[in-house]
Design a protein around this ligand. Structure first.
Ligand code: GRF
Length: 200
C-alpha cells in the first residue's frame, strides 16, 4: 500500500510517521508528502528523509474543487491508496472526500466533538476544561466530524500552561497516530456508520 501525508506546518507528526515507516511499524510506503504551504517545515523533513514532495499554490486555482481535483490527479499518478492528514490546515472539498471514502485519516488535538477547528489545544485550555486529549478519525464531508478511530485523554493540571499542555498533547499524538495508521494498513479497522471497531 502507498500513502500520502498532507501537511501545512511543522510536521512533527509527519516525523513520527516517517520514523514508524522506517522501523516497519507501519507496513506501507510513504510515497508522497503534499503541502498547501511552500514554506512548511514539514516539506524539509520529507526531503531529508528522501520522500517525494509536492506543493500546489491555491492562488493559482479558481475554486477549492479545482485545487482538490489537481491534487487527486497527482495522487492517482503516484498510485496513492490512502491519505493521512497531519496538520493540514485546509478543509478538503466534498469532491475530494468522495474520491477516498474511509481512506483519509485525520488527527485533531482535542476530544471531539469538543473544540473543533484550528485551535483545539488553545480552546481546550482557555475554556478551563479539566480533561484534554486527542482524536484520530476518518474524514468525512464535515470538519472534524468523521467516525472516531481512537481517542486518548489527559488531565489538565492546575500547573499546566498552554505550552506544557501543548507539549503533552503532541507527545500523545506522536505515540498513537503511527499506531492508528498501522491498524488501518493491516486492515484491522472496520467502520460501520459512526462506529469503528478494531478487529484482530
Ligand atoms: C497537531 O496538533 C495536529 O493534531 C493538528 O495540527 C498539529 C500539527 O502539528 N491537526 P505538526 O505539524 O504535526 O507538528
Amino acid at each position: 500500500m502507498k500513502f500520502a501525508v498532507f501537511v501545512s506546518g511543522q510536521g512533527s507528526n509527519l516525523q513520527a510517521i516517517i520514523e514508524a515507516v522506517e522501523k516497519e511499524e507501519i507496513k506501507a510506503e510513504l510515497a508522497l508528502v503534499f503541502s498547501n504551504r511552500r514554506k512548511a517545515f514539514a516539506l524539509q523533513r520529507a526531503e531529508s528523509a528522501g520522500i517525494k514532495t509536492l506543493f500546489l499554490d491555491r492562488r493559482h486555482y479558481a475554486t477549492p474543487q479545482s485545487y482538490d481535483r489537481d491534487i487527486v490527479i497527482h495522487l492517482k499518478e503516484a498510485g496513492i491508496d490512502f491519505i493521512v492528514l497531519a496538520g493540514y490546515m485546509k478543509i478538503l472539498s466534498a469532491f475530494f472526500v468522495k474520491k477516498y471514502p474511509k481512506k483519509i485519516l485525520n488527527i485533531h488535538p482535542s476530544l471531539l466533538p469538543s473544540f473543533k477547528g484550528a485551535r483545539g489545544i488553545k480552546d481546550t485550555f482557555t475554556y478551563g476544561a479539566k480533561v484534554a486529549g486527542i482524536t484520530i478519525h476518518f474524514v468525512d464531508e464535515k470538519m472534524d466530524h468523521g467516525p472516531i478511530i481512537m481517542q486518548e485523554s489527559i488531565k489538565v493540571s492546575e500547573k499546566d500552561t498552554l505550552e506544557t499542555l501543548e507539549e503533552k498533547i503532541h507527545k500523545i499524538e506522536h505515540r498513537i497516530y503511527p499506531k492508528a495508521i498501522s491498524l488501518f494498513v493491516d486492515g484491522r479497522l472496520k467502520a460501520k456508520g459512526r462506529k469503528v471497531e478494531v478487529v484482530s
